[in-house]
Design a binder for this molecule. Structure first.
Ligand code: AMP
Ligand code: ZN
Ligand code: ZN
Length: 319
């Protein structure tokens, strides 16, 4: 098929917009889409420096490339951040992810930080899996949120951008409805204003389909990791994965389904949920790291996790 905008061969079909696009027009389409999303949802207001959280997967590496392309025209700087989670038994998953992230930072010549959980905080996600009695993905998520906010603050970034795409958001919305987790639903927003810290958290790809991002990464020869985390793998798959597959089937039958689902949620449903279910939390200071924590708690959940792990390893103090 030919591109709907020029004579070149198309690399992708975009059913909900009734378009076929060549590589150049896909690039233009995605840049415009991300710019429009960022403007519409206020992701650019007063933002001069964006820290991009890069895991090495297709979404966050593509996000890095798109934001880098937009940065000059829109007048912001980009800095890359990648966390070495230490998931290396067997397939060297984390080492390879960091390598790929750094390859992208250097190819684009963006300044970057690599943070090793082991070196800077004394443990790996594999240690957390062995030493903490909670699902490893939840310990890993806590560590990523803490470290990414910390780096964004240190680097004086106005915003911290993650690579969550439209398919991720649609899945979160449906899982939230399914489980009735209204508080989590209320917090599911494309832009979270600074609460405890001074930076926004933004998801510039939240209205972009996974297939478009995958094609963007492939046709532009962007290095990325295809493998998924070996610790999150489960026999038979999870409810989340089943929901994701069903959403993809629905999208085939009703082009634009996920877009409508997520836009409706963000524009109409989330606000009233937040009003009803989100209470302003008072803040106090963590006695270990000095960072903000929920009032009434002496130490933050990240430091509590570190302390537990240190105790299980026979160390009595963390610094
Ligand atoms: P996940 O929670 O693994 O689905 O990842 C969601 C987003 O978090 C990614 O798109 C990245 O922006 C960011 N992220 C995940 N893992 C890392 C990592 N190891 N280092 C930096 N950012 C990450
Ligand atoms: Zn074209
Ligand atoms: Zn703390």
């Amino acid at each position: 098929m030919k591109c709907s905008k020029c004579d070149r061969d198309a690399v992708i079909r975009i059913p909900y917009a009734n378009l076929y696009l060549c590589k150049e027009h896909l690039n233009e389409y995605l840049e415009e889409r991300v710019e429009r999303t960022m403007r519409k949802y206020g992701m650019l207001k007063g933002v001069k420096r964006i820290a991009v959280a890069v895991s090495g997967g297709k979404d966050s590496t593509s996000l890095l490339h798109i934001l880098h392309r937009l940065s000059q025209r829109l007048g912001f700087e980009v800095i890359g951040v990648t966390i070495d989670l230490g998931i290396d038994s067997g397939r060297a998953y984390s080492s390879k992810s960091v390598e790929v992230a750094v390859k992208n930072f250097e190819a684009l010549r963006v300044p970057y930080r690599v943070v090793s959980l082991k070196r800077e905080y004394g443990f790996t996600v594999e240690d957390a899996k062995r030493g903490i009695r909670r699902p490893v993905c939840s310990s890993c998520g806590l560590a990523k949120r803490y470290v990414l906010s910390q780096v964004a603050e240190e680097e004086k970034a106005d915003a911290l951008a993650t690579g969550h795409n439209l398919n991720d958001m649609a899945q979160f919305v449906m899982i939230g409805y399914y489980s009735g987790d209204v508080e989590n639903l209320a917090r599911l927003e494309p832009v979270s204003p600074p609460k405890f810290y001074s930076h926004y958290k933004i998801k510039p790809l939240f209205l972009t389909y996974e297939k478009e991002i995958m094609t963007f990464a492939l046709v532009n020869g962007i290095p990325f990791m295809i493998e998924s985390c070996p610790l999150s793998w489960r026999v038979g798959g999870t409810t989340q994965e089943a929901m994701r597959r069903k959403l993809e089937e629905l999208e085939e039958q009703v082009p634009g389904f996920m877009l409508r689902l997520v836009e409706t949620f963000v524009n109409k449903v989330r606000g009233p949920l937040a009003e009803k279910y989100v209470r302003e939390e008072e803040v106090s200071k963590c006695k270990v790291c000095g960072r903000p924590t929920v009032k009434g708690r002496d130490i933050c959940s990240f430091c509590a996790m570190r302390l537990k792990l240190a105790r299980s390893q026979g160390v009595s103090k963390v610094s």
